[in-house]
Design a binder for this molecule. Structure first.
Ligand SMILES: [Zn+2]
Length: 114
């Protein structure tokens, strides 16, 4: 499966974002270049939360969701593979199945301690 993440770099100010936004979060620019970020990649955990009421399709009883900042400035949300995490720790991001919907695997970012 995909071993890279498509990020979006503002043509005006150079800010890199994921996922794509209509307008740049920094300068409100509307034009972006697609930049492939190779995975797995490591980043720093900025914040996380645990969800206990999960939609149908998840096998887990609860999920830990975190926001990780990568070296290129991208902040991306994804599932943490372990609930045993601390803000500021380094995590490795991979592109993996996160759940099954209507018999099909849905892929997303998953993080584990680096
Ligand atoms: Zn911009």
């Amino acid at each position: 499966m995909s071993n890279k993440l498509t990020t979006y770099k503002c043509k005006k100010c150079g800010r890199v974002m994921y996922p794509r936004h209509d307008r740049c979060l920094k300068c409100k620019g509307r034009e972006f270049d697609e930049v492939e970020m190779p995975l797995p990649a490591t980043g720093k955990l900025l914040t996380f939360t645990q969800l206990f009421a999960l939609p149908w399709g998840f096998d887990q009883r609860f999920l830990t969701i975190g926001v990780v900042e990568f070296k290129n400035g991208v902040k991306a949300m994804g599932q943490l593979k372990t609930p045993d995490v601390k803000v500021g720790m380094r995590l490795k991001a991979s592109w993996e199945p996160v759940r099954v919907t209507a018999g099909e695997k849905v892929y997303g970012l998953r993080f584990e301690p680096a």
